[in-house]
Write a protein that binds this ligand. Structure first.
Ligand code: ZN
Length: 249
C-alpha cells in the first residue's frame, strides 16, 4: 500500500483586531474550541477602541497564542507620542494605557512584528515594511508583501476587511469563505476583525486553518454587541465607538 504523504496535524484558530472587545473574543474562542481548534495565532491589535483591554490581553495569553504586534498594541503600550493621531484613537489609547497593568504593557512591548508558526507566517500589516503599518486593499499592495513571504500561507489583519490574495503568475483577490491551499502558490489572507469589523457585517470574524487538509475557512459569529456597547459608555469612551459596532463600520 502506498504511504500517504505526511502533512502536519492540528487545527488553528487565527484571529486579530480584537480591540479590547471581550464579548466578541469570548464568542470566537468558544466557537474555535467547538470546531476542534487546539492551537491559536493572533495577528495583533489586542487592544484599543473598546473597553476590556486587560481582560483581552489575559485571555489571548491564556490560549498560548503565537501573537504579533499591531499598531494599537504599540500605541497603547509604547511611548509613542499620540499627537497627530486621529483624536478618537488617541483618546482611547491614552485611556487604555491607564488600564493596563505594567506586566501587560511589557508583554505588548515584547511582541514581534512577524512570526513563523507551524509552516505559515503571521503579520499585522505587511511583510515588506511591517513597522510602517501599511494597508493592503489591492493587488499592488499585496504584491509588495509577497516579495518577502517565504511560506505558502501568511495571515494578516489591520484593515478589518477579510480579503484573500492568491499569487500564481499574477495576483488575484477577493472576499472568501473557504480556501483550499494549493502548493506552488502563495496566499496572503486577511482574517477579518474580532472586535471591530469594517466590512459592513457587524459579526465577529476569524479563520480556522486545518494543517492536514490545507483548508482555510472564514467564520462570522453573532455576539453580545449590546454588552460591548454598554461597557464603552460606562467607561466614558466616545459614543461613536459604541455605535459603529452595530454597523460593522
Ligand atoms: Zn486594528
Amino acid at each position: 500500500m502506498m504511504r500517504k504523504l505526511e502533512r502536519p496535524k492540528g487545527r488553528y484558530a487565527i484571529f486579530g483586531d480584537i480591540h479590547s472587545n471581550l464579548p466578541a473574543l469570548e464568542a470566537v474562542v468558544a466557537d474555535a474550541r467547538a470546531r476542534g481548534c487546539d492551537r491559536f495565532a493572533c495577528v495583533g491589535d489586542i487592544v484599543g477602541y473598546n473597553a476590556h483591554p486587560c481582560e483581552c490581553v489575559d485571555l489571548v495569553r491564556s490560549l498560548n497564542a503565537v501573537t504579533v504586534k499591531g499598531n494599537h498594541d504599540e500605541y497603547c503600550a509604547g511611548d509613542v507620542d499620540l499627537e497627530g493621531f486621529h483624536p478618537l484613537a488617541a483618546d482611547v489609547a491614552a485611556w487604555t494605557r491607564r488600564q493596563l497593568r505594567p506586566e501587560q504593557i511589557e508583554y505588548l512591548r515584547s511582541l514581534p512584528l512577524e512570526a513563523q508558526v507551524d509552516g505559515f507566517t503571521i503579520v499585522h500589516a505587511t511583510l515588506d515594511t511591517p513597522a510602517k503599518w501599511g494597508y493592503v486593499f489591492d493587488r499592488f499592495e499585496a504584491e509588495q508583501s509577497f516579495v518577502y513571504q517565504k511560506t505558502t500561507v501568511c495571515f494578516f489583519g489591520h484593515t478589518h476587511v477579510p480579503l484573500a490574495f492568491e499569487k500564481t503568475s499574477e495576483v488575484r483577490f477577493g472576499l472568501y469563505n473557504r480556501i483550499q491551499i494549493a502548493l506552488g502558490r502563495r496566499y496572503f489572507i486577511n482574517v477579518g476583525s474580532v472586535g471591530q469589523p469594517r466590512d459592513g457585517d457587524p459579526r465577529a470574524a476569524y479563520v480556522t486553518y486545518d494543517l492536514e487538509t490545507g483548508v482555510v475557512e472564514l467564520h462570522r459569529l453573532e455576539y453580545d454587541i449590546e454588552a460591548a456597547q454598554r461597557a464603552i459608555l460606562e467607561a466614558g469612551l466616545p459614543e461613536r465607538l459604541a455605535q459603529r459596532l452595530a454597523l460593522g463600520r
